[in-house]
Design a protein around this ligand. Structure first.
Ligand code: GTP
Ligand code: MG
Length: 228
C-alpha cells in the first residue's frame, strides 16, 4: 500500500475500535464489499467485526451490514460496512447499496484468476451506479492458500494501478492484514474528507434515502446453502 505525501507511515497508523457505536462521531462512512461469490467478503467482515471465521460457507442473500466505530487521534468515525452478495441473481438488489457508498473494497480470491478477471465487471457496475466513492481498495483474499495461488502479487498490483485502487492481500482465515485493511481504509477516508470538506454532507437527501433503505433490510442475515 502506498502513502501520499504528508500522510503518516502506514505502519504508524492505528485506529482504536470503540465498543459503543452510539458515541458521538464526526464522520459516518459507508463502504461496500464487492466481488464474486465465495471470495470471502462475509468472512472478512466476520473476522473484523467478531474475530471469527467459519470454514463452512453460506451465500449472502442480498445485503448484510455491520457498524464499527473507530477512533483516529481525536476523530471518531462510524463505519457502516455493507457486505453484498456475489451471486449475480442479487445484482438488482445490491446495486441500490452502491449509490451513496464512500468507498468500495473489491475482493478477489488469490487462488482464482477468474475472480480477479470478473472485477472488471464489478468495477464497471459500481462506477455506473455510484458517484460518491472516493477511496477504493483491491483486496486479494485467501493469502494463506499460497500453494493454490493463481494470481501473483505483481498481477494484483498491476490491476490495482489500472483502476487507481489501494492494494492489499489478506487472509480472513489466518487473520492476516484484516484489521489493517479496515483501519487503513477508514484512515484514508478521514484524510480524504478532511481535505475535501465540501464533499462530505451527511444529511444529503441521497444519504437519507440510503438510510431509509437500511431500515428495510428484511432479507439481511437470511442465508442459503453453499453453491460454490
Ligand atoms: P457470497 O456471500 O456468496 O458473495 O460469498 P463471500 O464472498 O461472502 O464468501 P464467504 O465469506 O462466505 O467465504 C466463502 C468460503 O471461503 C468459505 O468457505 C470460507 O471459509 C472461505 N474463506 C473465506 N476467507 C478465506 C481465507 O482467507 N482463506 C481460506 N482458505 N478460506 C477462506
Ligand atoms: Mg457473503
Amino acid at each position: 500500500m502506498k502513502n501520499e505525501q504528508n500522510e503518516e507511515k502506514e505502519e504508524d497508523i492505528h485506529l482504536e475500535k470503540i465498543a459503543d457505536n452510539t458515541v458521538n462521531h464526526k464522520y459516518m462512512f459507508r463502504i461496500c464489499l464487492i466481488g464474486n461469490s465465495c471470495v470471502g467478503k462475509t468472512s472478512l467482515l466476520a473476522r473484523y467485526a467478531d474475530n471469527s471465521f467459519k470454514e463452512s460457507y453460506a451465500n449472502t442473500i442480498g445485503v448484510d451490514f455491520r457498524v464499527v466505530t473507530l477512533k483516529y487521534k481525536d476523530i471518531i468515525a462510524n463505519v457502516h460496512i455493507w457486505d453484498t452478495a456475489g451471486n449475480e441473481r442479487f445484482k438488482s438488489i445490491t446495486i441500490n447499496y452502491y449509490r451513496s457508498s464512500h468507498g468500495f473494497l473489491y475482493v478477489y480470491d488469490i487462488a482464482s484468476k477468474e475472480s480477479l478477471n470478473n472485477l472488471d465487471m464489478w468495477i464497471h457496475l459500481t462506477n455506473e451506479n455510484c458517484g460518491t466513492n472516493a477511496i477504493n481498495f483491491l483486496v486479494g483474499n485467501k493469502s494463506d492458500l499460497e500453494k493454490e495461488r493463481e494470481v501473483t502479487k505483481e498481477e494484483g498490483e498491476e490491476f490495482a494501478k489500472k483502476y487507481d485502487l489501494i492494494f492489499i492481500e489478506t487472509s480472513a482465515k489466518n487473520n492476516d492484514n484484516v484489521d489493517k485493511l479496515f483501519e487503513y481504509f477508514t484512515y484514508k477516508l478521514i484524510q480524504y474528507y478532511q481535505k475535501n470538506k465540501d464533499k462530505y454532507i451527511v444529511n444529503s437527501p441521497e444519504n437519507l434515502d440510503s438510510f431509509s433503505q437500511f431500515a428495510n433490510l428484511e432479507i439481511d442475515n437470511k442465508k442459503s446453502g453453499c453453491q460454490c
